[in-house]
Design a protein around this ligand. Structure first.
Ligand SMILES: [Zn+2]
Length: 262
C-alpha cells in the first residue's frame, strides 16, 4: 500500500489554496469536528525508538466527532520534524493524536509544532519522564492539564482536513486527517530533547492527486497564512487535479522505511 496507494499521507498544504475549516463564522456546510479532551490524570509514556508515545491511563473517555462519526483517542505520539508541510516547509515537530471508531476507522488529530525561545511550562510534564532508552515505559505521576491549549488552538485557528493514510507501514488508507492550521508553540529545548530521543521520524509529503479537492487554479500565491484570520482573502473554489508537491530526498525516505510505528 505504501508504494501503490493513491491517498497517501502526509501531504503539503498550500496556505493560499487549501481551505481552512472550522473557523468562526464559517458556513453551515463546513466540516463539523467536535473534540473532547479532558485533562489527563494519568499518562503512560513509552520510548519506542522511532517515536515517543503517550497513552492516557485514567479511564476517562476522550475523542472527537467528525461529521457525525465518533472516534476515541487511543494514544498520541511525536514526529520530528513534521510530516505535513505548509507551503513546502516542514515544522519542527508534529503531534499525532491517534483515534479509532467503533467500526475500526482511523482519524488523526494533528498539531504542527513550532519552536519558540521559551519552554511551554504547561507541557513540560509530558517531557520530564520520557525514558532515555528504547523499549522503556514510565507511568506519569503528574497530571497533564494543558489539553485546553490544544482545543483552543483548534477553535481559534481552524483545521485542514482530508482523507489520507497512515504514515508508516502498511500505510492503510481511508484515514481521516484533521490538522490544526495554527501551529502549537513549544520551547526549542523541549523539541530538541524529543528530537534527540526519536531521531528523524518523518515520512515526507507524498505525491497524490489533489486529496483536498478544493484547490483553486491560478490563485495568487505568496501570502503565507495558516489560521482563520487570513481566510478573508479567499475567492471562488474550483477543483483542480494538480498533484501535491513532493518533498525531500531518498535519504529521508530510507530512514522512514526503517520505522515501524503507527
Ligand atoms: Zn504518527
Amino acid at each position: 500500500m505504501c508504494k501503490e496507494g493513491k491517498q497517501q499521507s502526509p501531504v503539503n498544504f498550500d496556505s493560499s489554496l487549501d481551505t481552512v475549516h472550522g473557523c468562526p463564522g464559517a458556513g453551515s456546510s463546513d466540516w463539523r469536528v467536535n473534540v473532547s479532551m479532558p485533562a489527563m490524570n494519568a499518562v503512560n509514556v513509552s520510548n519506542l525508538g522511532h517515536t515517543v508515545r503517550w497513552t492516557p491511563a485514567d479511564g476517562v473517555r476522550r475523542g472527537m466527532v467528525v461529521n457525525g462519526i465518533e472516534y476515541s483517542l487511543i494514544q498520541f505520539h511525536i514526529h520530528t520534524p513534521s510530516e505535513h508541510h505548509v507551503d513546502n516547509m516542514p515544522f519542527d515537530a508534529e503531534w499525532h493524536f491517534y483515534h479509532t471508531s467503533a467500526s475500526g476507522h482511523t482519524a488523526v488529530l494533528t498539531y504542527l509544532i513550532e519552536a519558540s525561545d521559551t519552554n511551554h511550562t504547561e507541557f513540560q510534564v509530558l517531557f520530564d519522564e520520557v525514558p532515555i532508552h528504547e523499549g522503556e515505559s514510565e507511568a506519569h505521576k503528574d497530571k497533564f492539564t494543558a489539553t485546553h491549549v490544544l482545543l483552543e488552538l483548534l477553535a481559534r485557528g481552524g483545521f485542514y482536513s482530508y482523507n489520507g493514510s497512515l504514515t508508516s507501514p502498511n500505510c492503510d488508507e481511508n484515514v481521516r486527517w484533521i490538522v490544526a492550521a495554527a501551529p502549537l508553540q513549544l520551547g526549542r529545548l523541549q523539541i530538541r530533547r524529543l528530537a534527540r530521543t526519536v531521531g528523524f521520524s518523518a515520512r515526507p509529503p507524498q505525491e497524490n492527486q489533489d486529496l483536498l479537492g478544493h484547490r483553486r487554479p491560478n490563485a495568487t500565491s505568496g501570502k503565507h497564512f495558516n489560521s482563520c484570520q487570513s481566510m478573508t482573502s479567499g475567492t471562488s473554489a474550483t477543483a483542480s487535479l494538480a498533484p501535491t508537491v513532493i518533498m525531500s530526498g531518498a535519504a529521508a525516505a530510507a530512514v522512514w522505511l526503517l520505522a515501524s510505528w503507527i
